[in-house]
Design a protein around this ligand. Structure first.
Ligand SMILES: [Fe+2]
Ligand SMILES: [Fe+2]
Length: 287
């Protein structure tokens, strides 16, 4: 049970390491341990559990997984500029493992929809507005390759705050906790539990490196630190709107399960990420 409930595993590394040393260590870790195969997870019990759920909970699970599937596929297809924007080989090498892992996560959900829900694509998913501007973010990173390294720093900070800092570090992490408390800890959906555990281990590296990048820039330049806080604050209302959405089944509307406690879990993650980036530093104020 402990490994079902324990989903917090962000790899922040050693604080004295440089960003390049952190990237090289995570690269090594990813090629050694990030080797799970989505096609090898047994989903037979999940199919039975799904058939036994009542229609509102089935719709809730499909919407929940639909949002994850969309998020994983969306970022996998947009992620290349995050790799290209970094100036060192080790940082690019590490981020190339994240690219493969995002496709692997999309592969897992694709298989889950086909084999458990009997659908080739989600029929429903929770609205996830914070992902909608990711296309624009990816294009800004690409354009920044033509600018000086100094100008690019702001674009890098905004992109890492948006994706690694908010979507992965706050929203997705809150999602793993919700799954565990609504389904996993009751022993339901063992295949999905296994998939989420493997994904969460990969995400521990993704968020860990993202936090290191943001801390690196925040320590280097107070204006960049202030920009990180601004982007977090701008997206907070959008990630909050993801929770408490009613579930529609045949024209009737149902509340999400009580155990979701989405906003509470989300804000816990938000505070944790602020501590990861800014640690015990005083508040960054730019006059
Ligand atoms: Fe992912
Ligand atoms: Fe990720």
């Amino acid at each position: 049970m402990k490994d079902v409930v324990d989903v917090e595993d962000v790899d922040l590394g050693h604080p004295e390491d440089s960003l390049d040393e952190a990237a090289r260590r995570l690269w090594r870790k990813a090629i050694a341990f990030g080797t799970w195969d989505p096609s090898k997870i047994d989903l037979s019990q999940d199919k039975l559990d799904y058939e036994r759920l009542d229609p509102p909970m089935r719709a809730y699970l499909e919407s929940f997984c639909g949002a994850f599937y969309h998020a994983e596929e969306n970022v996998a297809r947009l992620f290349c500029p995050w790799i290209m924007a970094m100036s060192s080989t080790w940082q690019q090498a590490y981020l190339s493992t994240q690219l493969v892992e995002e496709f692997k996560h999309a592969d897992f959900f694709s298989r889950y929809f086909e084999e458990v829900f009997g659908a080739s694509a989600p029929k429903r998913r929770f609205a996830n507005p914070v992902h909608d501007s990711l296309y624009e973010r990816s294009r800004q990173l690409l354009a920044s390759l033509e600018t000086s390294e100094e100008e690019r720093a702001t674009v890098i900070v905004e992109a890492f705050t948006h994706y690694q800092g908010i979507i992965e570090g706050v929203q997705a992490n809150a999602g793993y906790h919700i799954f565990v408390h609504v389904f996993g800890k009751h022993g339901l959906f063992p295949g999905l539990s296994q998939g989420f555990r493997n994904i969460q281990r990969d995400e521990g590296r993704h968020v860990g490196f993202g936090m290191r990048v943001l801390r690196h820039y925040a320590e280097r330049d107070a204006a960049l630190g202030a920009r990180i806080r601004e982007v977090y604050e701008a997206y907070l209302p959008l990630i909050r709107s993801r929770y408490g959405q009613p579930i529609e089944v045949d024209g009737a509307y149902y509340d999400p399960p009580e155990e979701e406690r989405g906003i509470e879990r989300l804000m816990e993650m938000y505070e944790r990420r602020m501590r990861d980036i800014f640690g015990s530093q005083p508040e960054v104020t730019v006059l």
